[in-house]
Structures are given as C-alpha cells and as structure tokens.
Design a protein around this ligand. Structure first.
Ligand SMILES: Cc1cc2nc3c(=O)[nH]c(=O)nc-3n(C[C@H](O)[C@H](O)[C@H](O)COP(=O)(O)OP(=O)(O)OC[C@H]3O[C@@H](n4cnc5c(N)ncnc54)[C@H](O)[C@@H]3O)c2cc1C
Length: 459
C-alpha cells in the first residue's frame, strides 16, 4: 500500500504517536523547515490522566479526546496517517506500518507505554486495564453489567464476587480509581440499586510496596492512606496479587479475594517499536536515549516521553513516565532538531520537575511541589482540577469537563452510567490476546531477519 505522502525538498520528520510528547513535538515544529508526518493508530489525542473518570462515569469519553486532524488544521507542514507501526528498519530509514512503508530523515518514537502484567498470564487474560478510551468504556460497562448480574443471582457468594472490586496498584491511577469508585458506592449506586445491600460491596486497593503513591512525599502517602480509610477502601499494603482466575484474586497460593472485577493498575512497560538493536531496549521495554533523546547506537532516531529511558545523575533509573516529561522532551527535541538542521551541536536535556499530584475524591487531593512544599484537601483538589482542566486539549473539552464536574459536585451524581458497549471477559481475552500476539509476531519477524540486516541496523 502507498501512503501517498507528498514528496518534499525539506527533511521529513516522522513522529510515531500523538500522545503528550508526539502532539507537542509536531506543534513545536510548526514553523520549522521540515515536513512533519505523524503516525498514530488512533485518529485522536487521548488525555490519559482523566481515563479513570471515564471508567467511573464522571466524564464523557469524547471530552478527554480530540481529533488529531482538527488539532493541526492549518499547519502547512503537517501530515497524518492513521496506522499501526509494526517495525522500524533503521538501515533503510524506513518505518513499516499497517498502511505501507514510510521513509524518514528523522524518526521520533513517542509511543508511550503499555500495561505491564509482569508475565502473569492469568491476570493478563482476565483483568481489566485502563490505558485507553476503549479500556475505560469497557471497565465502566463491565462494572455495571456485574451489578445487573448481582441482582439476578440468589447465590450469596456469587453476588459478593460480583459486587467486590479489586484495584491492584497503589500509584496515582490505583488511588484515583479506588477513590472514585468509593464515591460512586456512596452517592450513585444506592440510588440505582436500592435492591442491593451495598454495605456488602467492598473495594480493595492492593499495593505490593509499603505505601500508597510510592514516588510522592511521605506526607502525601499518609494523607492518601487516611483518605482511603475515610472512604472505606480496604487498603492492603505489602501484598501482591499473583494469579486471577475463576473470580478469585490470589494473594498467596491458597488465599484469595473473591471478585469478578479486577482492575490492573500495577505497572507499565515502554511501548517499544521492534527493529531497534536489542542493546538499545531496557528490561522494561523502554528505549535508551542520551541527553539529546537520541536512541543508543542510532544517528537519526529519537525517543521521547514514556518510551524513552533517559537517566540523569539524580534519576539513575530513568525519568518518570509522566506527561510533563513527555512535553518537555518534545520542546527540547524540537529545538535540537532545528539546531541540527543549522549544523549546530544539540544541547542536553534538563528536567524541570514541577511536582506531582493525585486526586482521591471530591475535596480530597494531595499535591507535592518542589522545595518540599506539600498541601492537600480542598485546596489540593482545586489545584488538581485547575491543572487538568488547563491541560485538556480543546476549548469544548474544557467546557464539557467543567460542566460535568460542576454537575457531579453539586448533585453528588454521575450522569454517565450507560452500558453502551456490553463487554465480556472473553472480549478482554480476545482484545489483549490479539495485541500480545501482534506484538509477538512483529518481534518474532524482526528476530527472524537475517543477521546481516540486524548488524547494519546497529549503525
Ligand atoms: C490512567 C492513567 C493516568 C495517568 N495520570 C497521570 C497524571 O495524573 N499526571 C501525569 O503527568 N501523567 C499521568 N499519566 C501518564 C501520562 O499519561 C504519560 O506519561 C503520557 O501520556 C506519556 O506521553 P507519551 O507521549 O510518551 O505517550 P502517550 O501519551 O501514551 O501517547 C502514545 C501514543 O502513541 C500511539 N502509539 C503507540 N504505539 C503505536 C504504534 N505501534 N503504532 C501507532 N501508534 C502507536 C498511541 O495510540 C498514543 O496515541 C497517566 C497515565 C495513565 C494510563
């Protein structure tokens, strides 16, 4: 298939992924003397930090997504192709995609991350994850479907498993989704399901480490735990879920929590693109880059954001997988690419850590700022709302989110609980199995490439 990209006398910068990093980079190259080609499998930019609100019915899916073509309408040097990138062939300066090959002068991998199931196949097959809009809509449908089923069963054990929700991973995503579910249990579900005894619905938050919000300050960790206790979320620290099958989430060989609703928010891997030499890819599938975001062993391939493993003296394990890192990488790389075009030496990246925050529920959030500044409660919650509202793409999305939030704040209700895409565990398996199989096939194909090609790829 021909991608029909126009021939240009300007160098072509191909960006894979239009998430936080890819979007910002393509915008920052608006006036640069280059042709910008963005490739993404989705035709929209997805604001991942608010996915959990879609999953719990607080926001509409289309208020956290924005069409890529609309964002770039009017940008003369911009071209978009909706495609799945399958592999890169560095020796031929070519990207192999589901709609055809794309030649590049500079390639930027901004593919983000994928859920890490740590090789536990029963969990990968049966758990719900929250990395994309379809995931969030599936999760929302799945929970409400299980409530409908709970009304129909006369077996108390089965009903308990249908009502119980286990969230695995005590990072910001796990904390945010547990808090939101607890609010739903308090304000929404009793109105919708008066026939169910919702005192029996238990929300578990399971974390392998000794504290919630691992990377945040001890004060934020303690506040988050206290908030969870106040909301009635059962927090299990130093506990790992090792297996999940037949409605049982096992935390040892024989002990389990009965649940039909397990949300896996326990870790991510880089979404590597096959074709790079093995030594450039870390154990958690991030791509090793230098201070210019240049991929190890390459001269014209860069990686930014979650997929890039950039280490610094104070962050030897790599910069955190956060939206501001992706955006700062993008700004820096845009400036460096223009320096390279002027034959000037690129500059090293310096991370400007602006702090971190997590919301637990209404009026409850924790915020850490540089210089050990910490605050929480209503002011933290307002700060969280303001920052997220401001970073949402598109004026309409900001307005819709604000209206939805104001509505739920004053009515203690969430309007969005339609089961519009009925979902089954078999679909989870098919969907995740298909993606894993596609990834394995692409990697296997690359590994089967004759060694001569792989050697030149390391140039
Ligand atoms: C539920 C959740 C909550 C979060 N909350 C916060 C938060 O509160 N604050 C914060 O700072 N960060 C948060 N993050 C992390 C933040 O979203 C990421 O750090 C950020 O999205 C990384 O940006 P990126 O550009 O590297 O990748 P992404 O934004 O993930 O974008 C990657 C893009 O690449 C595309 N893509 C990937 N592979 C391919 C392929 N093979 N072919 C074609 N297209 C491809 C994807 O479709 C996607 O559009 C959260 C993440 C999640 C999942």
């Amino acid at each position: 298939m021909d991608t029909n990209l126009p021939v240009s006398d300007k160098p072509r910068v191909v960006i894979v992924g239009c998430g936080f990093g890819g979007l910002r980079l393509a915008q920052a190259l608006r006036k640069a003397p280059v042709q910008v080609v963005v490739v993404d499998r989705n035709n929209y930019h997805n604001f991942q930090p608010l996915l959990y609100q879609v999953a719990t019915g607080a926001l509409e899916a289309d208020s956290i997504a924005y069409p890529i073509r609309k964002i770039f309408a009017g940008q003369q040097n911009f071209f978009y192709r909706m495609a799945d990138v399958q592999r890169v062939d560095p020796a031929a300066n070519t990207l192999i995609t589901s709609v055809g090959d794309i030649r590049y002068d500079y390639l930027v991998l901004a593919t983000g991350s994928l859920t890490n199931f740590f090789g536990m196949e029963s969990i990968e097959r049966n758990a719900m994850q929250i990395k994309s809009i379809p995931n969030a809509l599936n999760l929302r449908s799945f929970i409400f479907q299980n409530f409908e089923k709970a009304l129909l069963t006369s077996d108390p054990a089965e009903r308990q498993a249908l009502l119980n929700i286990v969230v695995v991973g005590g990072g910001p995503t796990g904390v945010e989704i547990s808090g939101s579910l607890a609010e739903m249990r308090k304000h929404v579900l009793p109105k919708d399901y008066p026939e169910l005894d919702l005192r029996r619905m238990q929300i578990f938050l399971v974390e392998a480490g000794p504290a919630l919000l691992g990377p945040m300050s001890p004060a934020s960790q303690a506040d988050a735990k206290r908030y969870m206790d106040e909301l009635g979320v059962l927090v299990h620290l130093n506990t790992s879920i090792k297996r999940y099958e037949d409605g049982k989430a096992y935390y040892s060989d024989t002990e389990f929590i009965p649940t039909e609703n397990l949300v896996w928010a326990a870790g991510v891997n880089g979404a590597e693109v096959p074709g790079l030499p093995a030594e450039a890819v870390t154990r958690n599938k991030r791509i090793t880059v230098n201070g210019w975001n240049l991929v190890q062993g390459q001269h014209n391939i860069f990686a930014i954001g979650d997929v890039a493993n950039m280490t610094t003296a104070d962050m030897p394990k790599g910069l955190p997988m956060l939206a501001p890192v992706a955006q700062q990488h993008a700004d820096h790389l845009a400036a460096n690419l223009q320096r390279m075009l002027r034959l000037e030496k690129p500059l090293d990246f310096v991370y400007n850590n602006k702090g971190s925050m997590a919301i637990v529920s209404r009026n409850k959030a924790v915020v850490d700022l540089p210089r050990d500044i910490h605050f929480r409660g209503f002011f933290g919650w307002l700060t969280w709302l303001f920052v997220h509202l401001m970073t949402l793409v598109g004026f309409r999305n900001k307005v819709v989110a604000l209206v939805d939030w104001a509505f739920s704040y004053f009515s203690s209700d969430q309007a969005l609980r339609l089961i519009i895409r009925p979902f089954s565990r078999k679909d989870v398996r098919d969907d995740q199995g298909k993606k894993t199989a596609e990834h394995r096939t692409a990697t296997a194909e690359y590994n089967a490439t004759p060694p001569a090609i792989q050697e030149t790829a390391g140039r």
